[in-house]
Design a protein around this ligand. Structure first.
Ligand SMILES: [Fe+2]
Length: 470
């Protein structure tokens, strides 16, 4: 397919041509692949195949998973499409069958007003990669070795839909998920056992549809949100999706005991906000501390002369922020932790749900029309300090994920891995940092002999968790 001059189908966002049948060994540009770096860096993203029907948006392309596998001081690269039902239907038709997820939804279309591209997130659980979609939809399981799509994953219970950004609890091995809809049950949440079976599912009462994006968890609770940016319920009744800001009212953070009925959720009022991504949460005495990327005003004013990056009407001015919920008094204390704009944050997932100290946050490039990351900040939340590295002029990275050196060990003892791409180049790079010394620059840069379009979310699969090859 020829790259078109559409901003999300050209340049850094242009799709890469086709899949790879076999892995490609990567050439070292500089440095050395650490011998104890063992596992897979996987990243999902949008890779359109056909001319769009009407409008096109970055969020609309078919899901494609890119992987770099590190083992014995070597690195190999593979990429495959996520073969969703929509993907197969368009393959058979030889053309796009759906319009953009940013256009008016066709609710008369049986079960699928939008195409679920499963292009947003990828999470490893129960020996499989799960490809997930930001608007909530069917989950697609991929073989972690071949990246072949195994089919829809319904977790033994006919679970038809979950959102991107479920969490894997490192202590229980459970998958904690949420689901949200514009119609019907606005919000639900549940648990999947380490063996991949739903053990709990409950609807959380909300008085209207909300645009959700992420969740959090602690040892005993899940955290869900009722935030200030939400769908307009009256417009939805007319078949239109319109997102507005609920001004002058608090946003709410919901705390629900794991496995408890949704109606027992306890809501805590916070200053109005929207948040795409959580970093983590944990319990401390009679409080729960939540850290994430808070956006005070998520809806762009089309008439304002603003310098903040936007995606369509969404204003991207996220800053590191903490909320502390007091379980005894119901009060919330909150404060900003840094002025820098950052998104797609990640922590050391071995510390998911318990007290954590470090977070890796890609820094949002200023002066760009869309969401691009020009470097990484590693925050030390205990010392309220950060160390940083910038990729260099005209270079942009993806979400960084943390790769532990060993299954056990100190927090952030390991590596941070990301893709880095440059304008007007037909190749890409994979960079690896020492997670506790990013300011020194990457310990290795590897050349990928193909473009890796700017994409969405990533995950790390420790080599010791990969299933034995069939
Ligand atoms: Fe996301």
């Amino acid at each position: 397919m020829n790259a078109l001059p559409h901003p999300y189908r050209s340049g850094l966002f242009a799709p890469v041509e086709g899949e790879l049948d076999t892995e490609v060994a990567l050439e070292v540009i500089e440095g050395e692949v650490p011998r104890d770096l063992f596992g897979d860096f996987v990243r999902n993203g949008s890779n359109p195949r056909f001319e769009p029907r009407g409008r096109y948006h970055w969020f609309d392309g078919d899901g494609m998973v890119h992987r770099v596998r590190f083992e014995n001081g070597q690195a190999r690269y593979l990429r495959k499409y996520v073969r969703t039902e929509g993907f197969d239907a368009e393959t058979a038709a030889g053309e796009a069958l759906w319009g953009s997820s940013t256009e008016r939804p066709d609710f008369t279309r049986k079960g699928a007003p939008f195409k679920n591209t499963a292009n947003t997130d990828v999470t490893f659980h129960n020996g499989k990669l799960l490809a997930l979609w930001w608007l909530s939809g069917e989950v697609y399981a991929l073989d972690p070795h071949s990246l072949a799509t195994l089919g829809r994953e319904e977790f033994g219970a006919g679970l038809k839909s979950i959102s991107a950004h479920p969490k894997v609890c490192p202590r229980t091995g459970e998958l904690l998920y949420f689901d949200y809809q514009a119609r019907g049950d606005f919000l639900s949440t549940g648990l999947v056992s380490p063996e991949g079976k739903v053990t709990h599912h409950t609807v959380v009462p909300l008085d209207g549809p909300r645009l959700q994006h992420d969740m959090a968890f602690t040892e005993n609770h899940v955290l869900l949100f009722d935030m200030s940016m939400q769908w307009d319920a009256e417009e939805l009744k007319k078949g239109r999706t319109k997102v507005g800001l609920r001004r002058g009212q608090p946003a709410r953070i919901g705390v629900l005991r794991r496995g408890a009925p949704g109606e027992t959720i306890r809501w805590f009022d916070a200053n109005a906000f929207y948040m795409y991504h959580v970093i983590g949460a944990y319990e401390e005495g009679a409080t729960i501390r939540l850290v994430g990327c808070r956006i005070e005003n998520p809806v762009a004013d089309p008439h304002a002369e603003e310098s903040v990056p936007t995606i369509g009407f969404l204003r991207l001015e996220p800053r590191l922020h903490e909320w502390v919920m007091d379980l005894e008094t119901g009060a919330v204390r909150e404060r900003g932790l840094d002025d820098a704009l950052g998104e797609f944050p990640r922590m050391d997932d071995r510390f998911g749900g318990v007290k954590f100290r470090y977070a890796a946050m890609p820094n949002i490039a200023r002066g760009e029309p869309s969401l691009l990351f020009d470097g990484v900040d590693v925050h030390d939340l205990e010392r309220a300090s950060k160390s940083s590295h910038r990729y260099g002029e005209g270079r942009f990275g993806s979400e960084l994920v943390f790769a532990p050196r060993h299954a056990e060990g100190d927090e952030f003892d390991g590596w941070l891995v990301t893709f880095v791409v440059a304008r007007a180049r037909e190749d890409a790079e994979a960079w690896v940092y020492d997670a506790k010394a990013v300011e020194r620059g990457p310990v290795v840069k590897l050349r990928i002999p193909a473009r890796v379009p700017i994409g969405f979310h990533a995950d790390w699969v420790p080599g010791w968790k990969l299933p034995v090859r069939a």
